[in-house]
Design a protein around this ligand. Sequence first.
Ligand SMILES: Cc1cc2nc3c(=O)[nH]c(=O)nc-3n(C[C@H](O)[C@H](O)[C@H](O)COP(=O)(O)OP(=O)(O)OC[C@H]3O[C@@H](n4cnc5c(N)ncnc54)[C@H](O)[C@@H]3O)c2cc1C
Length: 511
Amino acid sequence: MSSAVRRAMASTISNPTSLKHGLSLWCSEVQPSASSVNRILQPSSSNFFPSRCFRRNFVAAAASSSLSSFANENREFVIVGGGNAAGYAARTFVDHGLANGKLCIVSKEAYAPYERPALTKAYLFPLDKKPARLPGFHTCVGSGGFRQTPDWYKEQGIEMFYEDPVTGVDIEKQTLTTNSGKLLKYGSLIIATGCTASRFPEKIGGNLSGVHYIRDVADADSLVSSLEKSSKVVVIGGGYIGMEVAAAAVGWKLDTTIIFPEEHLLQRLFTPFLAQKYEQFYQENGVKFVKGASIKNLEANSNGHVAAVRLENGSIIEADTVVVGIGAKPAVSPFDGIGLNNKVGGIQVDGQFRTSVPGIFAIGDVAAFPLKMYNRIARVEHVDHARRSAQHCVKALLTSNTPIYDYLPYFYSRVFEYEGSPRKIWWQFFGDNVGETVEIGDFNPKVATFWIDSGKLKGVFLESGSSEEFQLLPKLARSQPLIDKAKLQNASSVEEALEVAQASLQVGADA
Ligand SMILES: Cc1cc2nc3c(=O)[nH]c(=O)nc-3n(C[C@H](O)[C@H](O)[C@H](O)COP(=O)(O)OP(=O)(O)OC[C@H]3O[C@@H](n4cnc5c(N)ncnc54)[C@H](O)[C@@H]3O)c2cc1C
């Protein structure tokens, strides 16, 4: 039974304020960002969204009298944000033949959309181990799609604005303003602004040189140049960002310490058993752990560069590079005050990603959507949802009869994958981590955890599975079959446990 996970989740439900302000607070309330399905109770009102259908509720173009006042030529569809979700949305517009001359993307970053998870994985490989660099991981590499380089957008007739964040929106005039002062017109607007990394306050050293937060390529480049000069790295946060960065830093052969306030790594997903296996592996590979610790402040040397991390208990850990991975907050500020419902944290949408303002949609990390299979509103900060929500939203916008989004939560992480690493680690989790757990396997290399609630299999975690085994996981988590717990517990290997689980699918189908 994963009581810690349930506690964390329960506190999320009962405290929507913590969602609104993101998951991460410094000191003892720091929460890992891993596997963050942020749970929010369904609103009681069933008519929260206007009943009128606003599919195809886009304007063809601006009125001719004001044509020249808008900086964009493509005005039918505008996406704000140039990240994972935007890349997949663009591809879906192209698939429907509705990108050329119609779609505009406005991004804060200098790069076309790319696969963000790479930033704390192959991007941080040691420099002699072929680290990933753009254009190598533009959308949709990794999910079987065509690689969408900046040229791809040009060829598809998609208008791109780089390094010019949107600062405001006028929903009456259907216009956007950007940081550089551009005025853009939209017919339909898709908000795909993702999240921003939570930071430590400046007064405790959160902005010192040598202190890093990782959200985009510029952040990752800055970290790489620090690592080149570094000898002592402290990673703050025991979520997936912290775990991935710590694994990378020991790959660089740097003295690496990971600090977090919880009892164990990835507390929102890992059971104590799983955490113990991973912590042991990390320790064997040189990572030091400081658990149950709160940060007091980050200290600087005489040059203003970070030199140490001081804990609340008075101890000091030397560092010349500090990486802070304490969660993220939905990037909603340009859309404050326009009547979008963001009480739940993020922007609330319906099962077709429509916000409460006709013609405005939200996808990816920023969207709080109905998680149909568990009957609750959730915000999911994971790439699989970014991809699927983008595709679903655009299909719903462009075609009729698109069903309600029916997402199955899926998380993964990959660490120690650089050439010559002692062991490549790749785990996947599908479903809901509620109920009791059954854990099988010795982590040599496989391990599996099954979550069972009211006799039903609710969630399943697998490390180092074969591709057939990984393919079974979503089927199990989606079907939630009744499962014989005793039989599962008696399985002598992960393979046998998965066979027991697979057989339970069959029983359900036969019943
Ligand atoms: C380092 C890192 C590692 C990750 N690893 C994993 C992983 O292993 N597995 C997994 O499932 N998920 C992982 N994730 C999460 C995953 O990357 C996100 O869920 C996904 O990127 C969300 O897509 P998005 O398009 O909603 O947001 P993003 O990809 O964050 O894109 C948002 C974009 O909007 C831009 N933007 C923000 N505000 C504005 C504005 N006002 N105007 C214009 N543009 C704006 C941002 O600069 C950014 O380019 C990771 C995330 C990070 C940061």
